[in-house]
Design a protein around this ligand. Sequence first.
Ligand SMILES: *Cc1c(COP(=O)(O)O)cnc(C)c1O
Length: 411
Amino acid sequence: MALINENYLKLHGSYLFAEIAKRVAKFKGENPDANVIRLGIGDVTRPLPDAIIQAMHKAVDEMADEKTFRGYGPEQGYDFLIEKIIKNDYAARGIHLGMDEVFVSDGAKSDCGNIQEIFGIDNIVAVTDPVYPVYVDSNAMAGRAGEIGADGKWSRIAYMPCTSENNFIPQLPQTRPDLIYLCFPNNPTGMTLSKDDLKKWVDYARANKSIILFDSAYEAYIQEKDVPHSIYEIEGAREVAIEFRSFSKTAGFTGTRCAYTIVPKEVEAYTEKGEAIPLNKLWNRRQTTKFNGVPYIIQRGAEAVYTEEGQKQIKELVQYYMSNAKIIKEGLESVGLKVFGGVNAPYIWLKTPNDMDSWDFFDKLLNEANIVGTPGSGFGPSGKGYFRLTAFGNRESTEEAVERFRKKLKL
Ligand SMILES: *Cc1c(COP(=O)(O)O)cnc(C)c1O
């Protein structure tokens, strides 16, 4: 008799986006003529920049010729891409990485979800609340999260509330965590940590032999000076941090798929007997065993991000979305809503008026203004009373949405 991994049964279904789809379908059924604007899902909408398209076309042609055809590539990624990542994304900020510290992958979601495999089952995991669900669910699947309670919290996960009361800056949890997931600029709140804030976490991890799993998927959206792009800008981080990056939001690769993870040689975790083991070695073993690399064509596309044209084009892309963010932020503030994020990230996190329940606000916004957003409570208990809008729409519908907040929403 084949047995299942019963940890999967403890997970709630993907309630959030399924419930949103259900409510939108019902509304559309009852209001077939309504022009519904979707500012809910965190996916980009602009086409890939031309420099990337050109590079991928060229790579496709190489695959058609026996002399330039490529089969399996290195599991860790091609050197041509790794060199450019190191030079442009790190060396330019004074961070020095070795070629074997960069692991190219098919997504930060996969890497964030898979990284827990190289850690023991008894580690205490800390996450911010609200949170990108992958960190929590992947640990729950592995049996590291304990049991889920009526409040939606897992018994063995340490939650660090991020609300307007603490300016969305996570505070150290009561229980000492071994693995700490941080995502800044943050999805869903759109808020950031300063270098000093992040330094506290690096110092804590060094003092406690904890590991920080730092998701910097939105680093390209940072506009302000004091916000760290990489955790390795903080002294000592090479000893305690793994960093996840992605071309998804940076260069429009959500459907094209390319990302990378940095595992410095100094980062170590321990055996039960207390022997220090480099995590770089374990992650390399994990990737070479279970992953066969990102397609050559896609890696050539990613490489083109670092050409002069590519850099110019992706900056335009990011600015397009950030102009949307500004339009939403200012528009919502002008009708008296309390709004967070939207300055260094493509997410606007609004406080619902009169502490309205997140789902009640979802219904109100859909019914009165025909706008779809994401209820904050779907990202964790501390998201209750908040609501997420994204800047990934096109300009016209973003402006129209703001207009409807002004004219249609009864506040
Ligand atoms: C979009 C996003 C990613 C990127 O995931 P990919 O798999 O690379 O597309 C990673 N982390 C967070 C928090 C995200 O919102």
